[in-house]
Write a protein that binds this ligand. Sequence first.
Ligand code: AMP
Length: 430
Amino acid sequence: MAYQIQRGTYDAYGEDALNLQKIEDSFKVFAETYGYTFIKTPTYEQTELFTRSVGESSDIVNKEMFSFIDKGGRNISLRPELTAGVMRAVVSNKLYALDLPLKYYYCGNVFRYERPQQGRYREFTQFGVECIGINNYMSDAETISLGYNALKNIGFPHVILKINTLGDEKTRENYKNALRAYFENKIDDMCPDCKRRFETNVLRILDCKVKEDQEIVKDAPRIQDYLSKEAKEYFDKVLELLDEQSIEYEIDDTLVRGLDYYSQVVFEYHFISKDGTNLGAIGAGGHYDNLLHDVGGPKLSSVGLAFGLERINTLLKEIDPENYQKFGLDLFVIHLGEETRQYSFILTQELRNNFFKAEMCLENKSFSAQLKLALRKNARYALIIGTDEMAKNSYGLKNLTTQEQIEVKYEDLIDTLDEILLTGEFDDEE
Ligand code: AMP
C-alpha cells in the first residue's frame, strides 16, 4: 500500500532542504548579533495556553488548531505559533527573575489547519525572536530593524514594511466602541466570521478577506483618530528611529494581525517578486503587554516577530536562482582499477575526518562513469588515483570547472585542499 502525504504538508530534500537550513542558520547568526540566545520549547502544550494567549476570537484558535485528548485525558494542542510556549517557559522556569529584558530566538514547526494554497501549509516552520520584560519604544524599533535587516542580509533586494499602532488599552477601548457603533447596522450583511468577530473582538473585522466586507471596512473609523496622546507619542518615536536608520515603511491602519495579544506597534514584512508573486507576509510581529501575565507571570511588556521559512525559501529561489545554493561536494575521489579502490576508500575517510565534503564510487566503474557521477554531484574537484599514483602517494587533482590539473603529494593534500577551496585557484608553484 502506498501512503499519501497529508494535505498541507511537504517533504523537503535536495536544494530545498539545504536552503531551508541555510536560511535558519543565517537568521540564527543574525539574531545572535542582536544579543539573542536560543530557546527550545515543546511542540505541544495544554490547549488552554493557546486559547488564553492567541485568543478565542482569533481564527487560529477558533478554526485551525490541531487539538486532541491524550491518553491521560488532557486537552492538548500542537503549537500554532511559538510565542505562547516561550511565555509559558518563562513562567515555568521563573526566567523573569533574571536580568531583563530576556532575549530569546526560536525555530520550530507550527501547525494550523488552514486551507492549503501557495505559501500556506498546515505544518510550517517559524523562526522568531522575543524580547521580554521591557516597555520601551527602543526595543520595538530594535526588533523591527532586526527583522528588516535580517531579510536584506539573506538576499531580499527590498522589503515592504507595513506598520501600524493598536495604541494602549485606553485607545483600544475607545476605538472598539467606535467600531461597534459603525458596524452595528451593517453586521447583518457581513460574513459569518465577521458576525462572530463583532461579538468576540470587533478589531478582527478589519482583517476580513471577504471582498464585499472589505468594501464596508474601507469606511470604518481609523485608529489614528482614537490614539491617546501617550500612544501617539510612542508610535512616533518608533517611526523616528526607523527614519534615522533609513528603513522605509508604509503605515497601514487596517493592520491588526491575526493574534489577539498585540498592543501598541504591530508590523509585517512583505515582498512582491518581479513576476508579481505575493505570498502574503513573510514575517510579522508586534508589541504585547499582557501575555506574560495572562499565562501566570508578572505583568511585563514584550515585543517579538516571526518569519515563515517556507515562504522565504520559495521567494529566494525566484529572486536569484543562480545563487540559490546547490548541494556540492568539495571533491570526488576517482579510483582506477580494483587495487586502488580500498586505498581510495581509506583516503576518502581521512578527507571526511578533516571536514572536506568528499565522496567516491564504492563500485568498480570506468573513469568516465566516475567522472560523470562527480559532475552530477556538483563536485568542485576530482582526486584521481591510479596504481602509479598509489605507489608514489601522489595524486592528480583536477578542477572540474576549469579542467586544470596538478599533482599533489599525500603529505601536502590537506593544506593544498584548504588553500584551493578557499581561493578557488591552484597555486602557480604547485
Ligand atoms: P503569524 O504567526 O500568523 O504572525 O505568522 C508569521 C509568519 O509565519 C507569516 O508572516 C508567514 O510568513 C508565516 N506563515 C503563517 N501562516 C503560514 C502558513 N499557513 N504556511 C506557511 N507560512 C505561514
